[in-house]
Design a protein around this ligand. Structure first.
Ligand SMILES: *Cc1c(COP(=O)(O)O)cnc(C)c1O
Length: 469
């Protein structure tokens, strides 16, 4: 097989007589999705645990396209595709730290369906519907439920918020899956976003290319390419999901000028090993899809048994970085429970540091030292006028704000109360000023007030990098 060729998707036996015009029609695939015990039993032998789950009340919605169900090996009870879409009774078991909305998205929603967590970009949930439903869905609190879908009025409120929020330059369409929307509606959303001048890029997060590659029609690609710059992230977790049909869908999208990335979730019993991840990322780059993020599984209802340790994710990155093309290595991300946002996690490559030297190791265990310049100085820190700080919302500067001298510390809530250690003000505590820093960071204006005796010493010190006579 040539580098750009992939195996055609198999068809489950029960679909042998479906004519090609139907099989390759996305509407046929959508209306023939599998969701009952009887339908699924046509495709594979259901286990006791799977039957129990399918018959449970309050189960997170099940729906699987015939195309995707056909990728399951019916003889393998541990098939990695089966695990992703067919529920088992383990899904019904609660676990410690389980939450309904572990990323605190609803708290970050200025209007329903819009999540504004980061300074310059928003997540826009445009539907709660998907082509098939992933058992570990991070948004299972709303996804799959047609009564939770966003109304026209809410859409107008989302647009109105974006119009009056000029710091947003990146809108990420998600859901649910934006590509299951009626084509006209999808176009209207994108067109309305494009009318807002400060929105620079539009991104689509979709698993439709994987569940329903026939939906990526020439017409859809033509529509999307009128609204560039458009970027897309797909969602592939295991190399078995990569077929000729998916590769062709990705080819149509990239030919329409849409750069493709992949976001996958690290799932126990599905893709939690270095060799599976290596095959996955290699097959993705063969399709010109850049691995973007590998997510740690969120602490949401139904997903407990899919969790791995964080150590497993670090081990996987250790097995990729340096061992294969940099293009093929995703960022491993823990999306912080409690709404802290995405946190990149990786193996440690910095072994030690002292002024002027850094000790580093590479993927082979080779240890090296990098010698830093002696005359590199504080002035090299970017000026305070940096565009980053001109945002209307302060308070998101974080550690960068410490580096740039806007703050000297970041304090947890109640820190000041706890450390004030009660009591009335006494002699030693009377002077509040002693806890306020004399300016923060590099403050030349402040130094001007200093006595002539101190100033030359400070400015002339080698650490400050200025020439000494
Ligand atoms: C993931 C996410 C984004 C996009 O994050 P990137 O790191 O820029 O891909 C934006 N908003 C929310 C709420 C998210 O969860």
């Amino acid at each position: 097989m040539k580098a750009n060729e992939f195996r055609p998707a198999p068809r489950a036996k029960c679909y042998a007589d479906v004519p090609d015009e139907k099989w390759y029609d996305w509407r046929w695939q959508m209306s023939n999705r599998l969701n009952t015990v009887a339908e699924l039993a046509n495709v594979l032998d259901l286990s006791e645990s799977e039957r129990k789950a399918l018959e449970a009340r309050n189960l997170f919605r099940v729906d699987i396209t015939p195309y995707f169900a056909s990728l399951i090996d019916p003889n393998d009870p541990h098939d990695p595709i089966r695990r992703q879409v067919i529920p088992t009774d383990r899904e019904l078991v609660p676990f410690t730290s389980m939450m309904e909305d572990s990323l605190a998205e609803d708290r970050h929603s200025p209007v329903p369906g819009l999540v504004h967590r980061y300074p310059d970009r928003v997540l826009m949930l445009v539907t709660t519907q998907c082509a098939s439903y992933c058992r570990y869905c991070t948004r299972s609190r709303i996804v799959g439920d047609p009564s939770q879908t966003f109304s026209r009025k809410e859409f107008e409120a989302q647009i109105e918020y974006l119009q009056r929020t000029p710091q947003v330059r990146d809108v990420l369409l998600s859901g649910g899956d934006p590509l299951v929307l009626a084509p006209k509606l999808l176009e209207e959303i994108i067109r309305r976003l494009r009318e807002i001048e400060h929105i620079e890029i539009i991104r689509i997060g979709s698993r439709v290319p994987v569940f329903l590659p026939m939906r990526i029609t020439a017409e859809l690609c033509e529509m999307l390419q009128q609204y560039h710059p458009i970027w897309m992230n797909i969602h592939v977790n295991h190399p078995n999901e990569i077929t000729q049909e998916l590769a062709e869908a990705c080819d149509r999208l990239t030919r329409a000028g849409i750069p493709l990335g992949n976001q996958s979730v690290l799932l126990a019993g599905v893709n939690d090993s270095v060799h599976i991840q290596r095959k996955l990322v290699h097959d993705l780059v063969r399709m010109r899809v850049r691995p973007y993020y590998l997510y740690q599984c969120d602490l949401v209802e139904g997903a407990g048994h899919f969790r791995t340790t964080v150590a497993k994710g670090i081990e996987i990155i250790e097995g990729l970085r340096g061992h294969t093309s940099g293009y093929a290595v995703p960022q491993y991300i823990v999306d912080a429970p409690g709404g802290g946002g995405k946190i990149p996690v990786m193996p440690n490559y910095v072994i030690s540091q002292a002024p002027g030297k850094v000790v580093l190791r590479n993927y082979e265990g080779f240890i090296t030292t990098y010698t830093e310049p002696e005359d590199y100085n504080l002035h090299a820190i970017a000026p305070l006028e940096d565009r980053v700080f001109k945002r209307p919302e302060p308070g998101q500067e974080g550690v960068l704000g410490l580096l740039h001298g806007h703050d000297m510390f970041i304090k947890p809530t109640h820190f000041d109360e706890v450390h004030a250690r009660g009591g009335g003000v006494h002699r030693l505590k009377a002077d509040e000023k002693k806890w306020h820093p004399l300016g923060i960071g590099h403050v030349p204006n402040l130094l001007e007030g200093w006595t002539a005796a101190v100033k030359p010493q400070l400015e002339g010190s080698p650490a400050n990098g200025e020439s000494q006579e």
